[in-house]
Design a protein around this ligand. Structure first.
Ligand code: 13P
Ligand code: SF4
Length: 303
């Protein structure tokens, strides 16, 4: 089958199954092109919770499909490749969180959404890159906070809010590939360019940036800016939308190595197969989902 035939088949199956296709901003260009909605983690969670559909085909990584299942337990959530995980989410377990809580009995647990459902069940409140500052500001000033698992996100939020956190040494291997010297080289080559970075980048990269934003934040900022040149410090999947949405502007990736292999595991064929077979399904068991739901719902309500 060629791509046109696959897309036709997906369209037919979507109607039959009453399915919607949600795609993260890092997905392959051809996957984003056929999605009903594209967005960042927070935006897609909100859509998953309220969209009128029986089935969600989640084109993203495993924790995103789990979040959708936690927020919309009545829907069937399909993740077209079950091996599309997030290495950062795998860097912390529920047992690790329980140990942290034992070490810091008065502390509240704030988890980046890039965590497993088991970890979220041990968590008081979640955040994404787009609302992390607001989530922290919503917590009492004297509250001790365990902020897991991303050390770079925690460091950036700490600097912006002046709050100290108990942290975990997790990080995103894809964003870690963006080096400060890469950003500096692009800045030297394009002195007028605005640097837009994702908070999963290292502190040294964020220090060289003009704005630190979620993936959708980066897309919106570029669209609304009067600048014409941008250096983009995040995964390369955003480049296609940036260029398509802003024909008069030029975008330079900070690093050509910033590819998330897990995000790229979802293909048109796998989407078609998942709708044909109604598999692979991600369903968080209700007992676990019930424990994780409060933290995820608090996240969705903020920002
Ligand atoms: P956003 O929430 O900004 O889309 O980021 C998700 C993610 O996994 C970034 O690596
Ligand atoms: Fe996880 Fe990084 Fe990939 Fe985002 S880009 S899904 S944090 S590995």
């Amino acid at each position: 089958m060629n791509d046109t035939e696959i897309i036709e088949k997906i369209t037919t199956l979507k109607k039959q199954r009453r399915a919607v296709l949600l795609a993260h901003n890092y997905q392959r260009d051809e996957v984003q092109a056929i999605a009903d909605h594209t967005g960042d983690s927070l935006g897609l969670s909100r859509i998953a919770a309220k969209v009128d559909a029986d089935v969600i085909v989640f084109c993203g990584v495993h924790f995103m499909a789990e979040s959708a299942s936690i927020l919309a337990p009545e829907k069937t959530i399909l993740l077209p490749d079950p091996n599309a995980g997030c290495p950062m989410a795998d860097m912390i377990t529920a047992a690790d969180v329980r140990e942290l809580k034992q070490q810091h009995p008065g502390a509240l647990v704030l988890a980046y959404v890039n965590t497993s459902a088991e970890v979220k069940a041990e968590t008081d409140i979640c955040c994404t890159s787009s609302n992390a500052l607001k989530v922290v500001e919503s917590l009492p000033a004297d509250q001790e906070i365990i902020f897991i698992p991303d050390k770079y996100l925690a460091h950036w939020v700490s600097r912006k809010t002046g709050r100290a956190f108990i942290t975990w040494q997790g990080y995103c291997p894809t964003h870690a590939k963006i080096l400060p010297e890469d950003v500096q080289a692009q800045k030297d080559a394009h002195p007028g360019a605005v640097v837009l970075a994702h908070p999963e980048c290292s502190a040294a990269v964020l220090d060289l940036s003009d704005e630190v934003l979620s993936t959708t934040g980066i897309l919106n900022s570029a669209k609304n800016s009067s600048a014409t040149e941008f250096i983009i410090a995040t995964e390369l999947g955003v480049m296609c939308s940036l260029r398509a949405d802003n024909p008069g502007k030029t975008f330079y990736p900070a690093s050509r190595h910033a590819l998330c292999p897990n995000m790229k595991k979802i293909t048109l064929e796998k989407i078609m197969w998942s709708l044909e077979r109604m598999q692979p399904e991600v369903r968080v068991p209700e007992e676990l989902a019930a424990k994780a739901r409060r933290a995820v719902e608090r996240m969705v309500a903020i920002g």
